[in-house]
Design a protein around this ligand. Structure first.
Ligand code: HEM
Length: 90
């Protein structure tokens, strides 16, 4: 009855999420870095205040970190195989 979970699909989706979420964490991080002289109450992009961008940056990084942990779990076999390969062929 229960359809088998397509792990190949899950792994592919996780990698896309990794790229998307880390892209936004890094972008907002750089934006915050270059606007350090601006007050938190000032809108800096899309009418959103710097203080709210900090919150967005934080929650995006929570999601990106969670996806990274998930990525390590679902690709564990590939990760350990690569490490074994590097050790064997050093
Ligand atoms: C797991 C990854 C990350 C986490 C958990 C994280 C967390 C945070 C948090 C909580 C703040 C807010 C600090 C506050 O309220 O004063 C912050 C600010 C900031 N983050 Fe990140 N961050 C991450 C990745 C990055 C990356 C990749 C960059 C660089 C591209 C970056 C650059 C910054 C900058 C410049 C600020 C503003 C600091 C300030 O205004 O004083 N962060 N980050």
């Amino acid at each position: 009855m229960g359809k088998k979970i397509n792990m190949r699909f899950i792994r592919a989706l996780v990698v896309i999420f990794l790229i998307v979420f880390w892209f936004y964490v890094i972008s907002t991080g750089f934006m915050l870095y270059f606007t350090k002289h601006i007050a938190g109450t000032t809108p800096i992009l899309f009418g959103i205040t710097r203080s709210l961008w900090k919150d967005l940056h934080f929650w995006l990084s929570v999601i990106a970190t969670t996806v990274t942990v998930f990525h390590i779990i679902v690709d564990w076999k590939a990760l350990t195989a690569n490490i074994r390969y590097l050790i064997k062929n050093q």
